[in-house]
Design a protein around this ligand. Sequence first.
Ligand code: FAD
Length: 440
Amino acid sequence: MKHYDEILIGSGPAAYKMSNLLAKTDHQVLVIDGFEFGGTCPNYGCEPKIFLEGAVRNVLQSQQLVGHGISHPATLDWQQLMQSKLDRFDPWPAETKEIIAKTHDVETGYAEFLDDQTVQVNGHQYQADHIIIATGQTPNLLEIPGQEYLHTSYDVLSLKELPKKMTFIGAGFVSLELATLVAAAGAEVTVIVHSDRVLRSFPQDESQTLVKAMQERGIRFMFNTNTQAVQKTTVGLEIHTDQGVIKTDYVVDATGRHPNIDRLHLDRTGIQSDRHGIAVDNHLMTTVKDVYAIGDVVSRREPKLTPVAEFEGQYLFDYLTGRTTELISYPTIAKAAFTYPVVAAVGINPDEVADDPRYRIEREPLKYGSLYAGQNDQISELTLVFKGGQLVGASEVDEHAADDINNFAPVIGLSITGEQYRQAVINIYPALADKVGGLL
Ligand SMILES: Cc1cc2nc3c(=O)[nH]c(=O)nc-3n(C[C@H](O)[C@H](O)[C@H](O)COP(=O)(O)OP(=O)(O)OC[C@H]3O[C@@H](n4cnc5c(N)ncnc54)[C@H](O)[C@@H]3O)c2cc1C
C-alpha cells in the first residue's frame, strides 16, 4: 500500500491552497477528487456567478439611468452570455487537475475511509502521515414529492435556455443572487421564503431594502410559505405550498447546503460529525489523530466562504510543516450577497447591539454624493457600528457595497482609529474609499 506524507480528499479552494503550498516542499502528496477539480467556487460557485453578474449589473445599471442620460437601456442575451461563460469555464477542471498533477499524484474518484488510517479510491488503498478532508458542501434537495423536478445552483449556472417562469425556494445569498441574474435576463421570478425575512445573517434594514428593490423590478416574494410538493402538468410544473399553488416552468432548491460526508464512510472511523460538518479542534484535527478537516466541510460558526477555506488551508500547511504551533484564530471576515443592489457586511451586526448602550449606530445615506447620484443610485445606505469610538461593524446596501465594505474591513480587523487612519491615508477622491477617513 502506498504511503504519502499528505492525502488531500477534495481539490476545492481549501485543498487547492494546501496543494499549492505543498508543491513547494519535498512532501509526497496525493490529491483525490470525485467530481470537477477545483471544487465549487471556480466551477459552479463564486467565479461563474460573478462572471455572469458582470453583464447583469451593466444591464440593470443602464435601466436605472433611463431618463438620466441613457435613452436605450441594454438588454441581456442569456444564450450569448451563457456561451461566453461556458467558453471560459468548461476547460477549468481539466486544467486544474493538470496543474496539480505536475507536482502531486492525482486520483479521480470518490474517496472512502476503510479505517482510521486507510483511504480507498478506485479500488486503490492509501495511507499517509496526515489525511486532510476537504470535501466541501453540496446543495440540499427538499424531501418532498416531486423532488426529481428540483434543480440546484449548479444547474442554473449552466442553463443554456432561460425558462419563462422560474421559482426559487430559499432566501439565502445563493437564492437571491441567482434570482437576480435570471430576472434581469427576462425570467418571471418567484422566491419562496419559509420565514418573514431574507439573508438572515445580514442586518435586516439592508436585507429589507434589497427585497423592496427586487420587488420593484417585478420579482415576487412569498413569505411565510412552506413548499409541500412539486407536480408536473401538461403545461409545466405546479408547486404546492401551504399558501397556494404556484405555476412555474423551473424550480430551484436553494434551501441551503450540507457537508459532503456521506461518501466518506466516517462510520468506519472515529471521526465525529454533526449536521454542520466534521468536528475539529483548534488545530483543525478531527477526533482521529492525524486526520484533519478544512473548508466548508468543517462544523464551525465562521461563514462558509472561499477565503475562509483558503485561510484554513494556509493555517494547516503552516501547522503541519512546523511553521506555527498556535491555535487557529480567524480574522475579521467580510461577506456579501452579489444581488442588485449588493448587500455586504463586516464585523458586529447592528441588529445584535441595537439595545446595547455601549454601541453607537450611525446610518449614512450615501446617495447624495455625486459618485452615487451619477449612477442614479437611489438606495445607497451605509450603517456603521462604533464601540468607544472604534469602528467595529459596517454594512451597506447599494451597487458598490462589496468593494465599499472591503474598504472598512481593514479598519475593523486592524482596530485602526479615525485619527490613525487620517494620519496614515489620503484616499483617491472622488472614489468609494474617500469617505472612510471622514466617517471614523
Ligand atoms: C452558487 C454558489 C456561490 C458562491 N459564491 C461565493 C462567493 O461569492 N464568495 C465566496 O467566498 N464563496 C462563495 N461560495 C462558497 C464557496 O464556493 C465555498 O465556500 C468554497 O468552494 C469552499 O471550498 P472547499 O474547498 O471547502 O469545498 P469545495 O469547493 O466544495 O470543494 C470540495 C471538493 O471535494 C470533492 N469531494 C467531495 N466528496 C469527495 C470524496 N468523497 N472524495 C473525493 N472528492 C470529494 C468535491 O467534488 C469538490 O470538488 C459560493 C457557493 C455556491 C454554491
